[in-house]
Design a protein. Sequence first.
Lengths: 466, 418
Amino acid sequence: MENTFDILVIGSGPGGYVAAIKGAQGGKKVALVEKSELGGICLNWGCIPTKALLKSAELLDDLKHAAQFGIQTGAVSADFAKIMNRSRDVARQNSNGVQFLMKKHKVEVLKGQAKILAKGLVEITTPEGGKQTVKAGAVIVATGASPRQFPQYPIDGKTFVTYRQTLALEAQPKKLLIIGAGAIGVEFAYFFNALGTEVHLVEMLPQLLPIEDEEIAKGLLASFKKQGIHCYVGTQVAETKAGKSGVAARLVDAQKQETKITVDQVLVAVGMVPNSKDLGLEAAGVKTDERSFIQVNGHQETSVQGVYAIGDVAGRQLLAHKASAEAEAAVAHILGLAVQGVDYGQIPGCTYCQPQVASIGFTEKACREKKLDFKIGRFPFSASGKARAIGHTEGLVKLIFGAKYGELLGAHILGCDATELLAELGLAMKLEATYEEVMGTVHAHPTLSESVMEAAADSHGLSPHI
Amino acid sequence: MPTSVLMPSLSPTMEEGVLAKWLVKEGDFVKQGTLLCSVETDKTTVDYESMDEGFLRKIVLPEKTQAKVNQLIAVLTETKDEDIGEFLQKAQEKSQKLLTAKIAPVAPVPSALAPPILSTRSPEDRRSGEERRLKASPLARKVAVEAGIPIGAVQGSGPSGRVIRRDVEAFKTNPPATEGPGVAFGAQLPPAVTQDIPLSMMRRTIARRLLESTQSIPVFAVTLKVDAEPLNELRSQLKRGPGYKVSVNDIIVKASAFALRRHPAVNSSFHGEFIRQHGNVDVGVAVSLDGGLITPIVKHADQKSLWNISEEVKALVAKARAGKLAPDEYQGGTFTVSNLGMYGVDEFTAIINPPQAAILSVGGAQPEIALDAQGIPRQKSVMKITLNADHRAIDGALAAQFLSTLKSALENPAWLLF
């Protein structure tokens, strides 16, 4: 039968397409349903195109400081349209890459909107309105999440925009208000500021990147202020009024101090909601929690046997790599292999503004709240020879180890290439290395990664360089 | 270029070993770390891993054959059919010369002759080859060391059976049970035949050391009766509460350490010109094995809680039965406890394990009618403990005082809670 599959995956983001490939590699007949572009938000409207934009911003930044390195440039300017086009091209190439991978692994791609009719039975409505019913031994829901809508910020793609419309802007805003200083808000703040937009970044909670370590967030705030970004933490947007000359916004901080600003665009980057509606979940008996995230067990199976959920739609950290890890767990269970469930305490988080922020494990505050006995090691990049040579001395490596056994409880990096430096600490955590192994691993000189080793040593007062 | 494979020195005292089994065949390609063969030493059997890479061109020492440390046992080559005639001759001459020259075990030797146990680690981190090969995370090792659990006794649940922290934590709360003795019935008995059983290395060691003990030590024995009721009461209290299962033997180890600390002269050894009183109280526990026995050691038993001792003994026994004890886990005790109480033995006298000066033999608790303080006959549970002592180091009165302290501790087990 043509329309019967072993595994049907709904959604082709970094959760869905990885699940499809893993299933195919396990010898299963797999179909992948996607209503839009292959690769999901990550490849088309998230991780990848934003990194393309940020590269342009960094390059511009570097060129503006070229004289410090003895390089004379003429006047340097950014071509906004070309920057945006390059970002779209990069996204398209990646999406094509997924298409190639699907072909290579003989995964059948079905275009359309999926609806679970019953256990193992899915109806697909094509963009043209045609319907077909597909049978599947296992169904994996990987439909992702969308920006939360607020009645006071009517998203119109012009005055009020989400990250998605921002990625397709035709004109660069002169003045931009960004509501929410999570990873999305912070990355766009850096990007637009670097390009010359006047950026106002507002966060309700008392720090930028509220889930990151306090000390790191403070360092980022200082850097952002130096770069000229107007940051307002512990501040609420009390009112926005759209008029002819743009949007007038009234900001109120914790001390009830008011600030009035006028901008020509507002990027709303507060909260995500799961794409769990219109999938027929309720009728199929798949349980969701009070925030509509699908509830799953340790191997990603929902309340209905044979129906799995992975990625953003299954809650916890809304991160691409967490979705891929869950894809592996779900498929391993479907294939009857041993399932190493995802350890949510070991999911790295990265923000790609400059200086970059990268972390894994507990923040210092979380360690204190859990009443853990811990030791902290720090190493500022200002003490690193390599960082000085390349002109990136901002930031630090901060490592938190258990006091008794020296296990790595948390790692927090602010600075150049922080997101790349984090990898060895993820490995250290996974392999249950202690400060002694991190400190005792010979790191090449001169590298930024030496700072990781130095921070581990500093946790026990053993760093030779600070 | 051919490379020699030599009989490894698997413990500081090892002089010779029996090649128990080859784990690779001639012609096989071996990598660094491939298990080559198992070698039986005086106390244990250890798998020996290759230090080099190459084809196992020739096995020189057949299975079940004995060889001295550093004697040639095999040859590795870079290509599969390399000519090794000349090399073999030279290598054999060389290893013969080394044997006759009797090099000091700590003398620096060329890398090809280096013993497989690397001693580049700090003393507290020195583990047997067996243990170092175990896959275990650094964190799991630290937690195990702190809890006194030999990491080798823990079953790993990480990738490829790697021991991770949660495995050690699980072992701590729920150690695996050991099997009890059993008796086969007539129908299951194999036909009886007369046969000569060759001595294993362990049997040889037992024979040599115990003969040496009985021939060279002027030994005397002192026996005391101990009221076993308080001891049984303590055990049932522990069982009722948090479910701790502590054996009579664990309590005796703890009580012996308690008494040794108070009579340091018993915690000693006779050395001809002097008597060495030991600063450590390291109590060996006799464990019977198939075809022999071994005495793994609870180090610093005086400083450990009853619970820690109980956990450690369980782990050591499991390791001993698996033949995986590291040399430093069974060598160098200062006193030994031998308990046959679980076999229903009344009393016995064990042979001293030289150079230790004394050994405690523990019988089983038996019901007995005895007069109580008011002169009324009552049934009591009584256990007999016997101290065999080396009279060169310990006099009768000291032995009696020691036993009396031990008896008091066993009859007042609350003393052992601190």
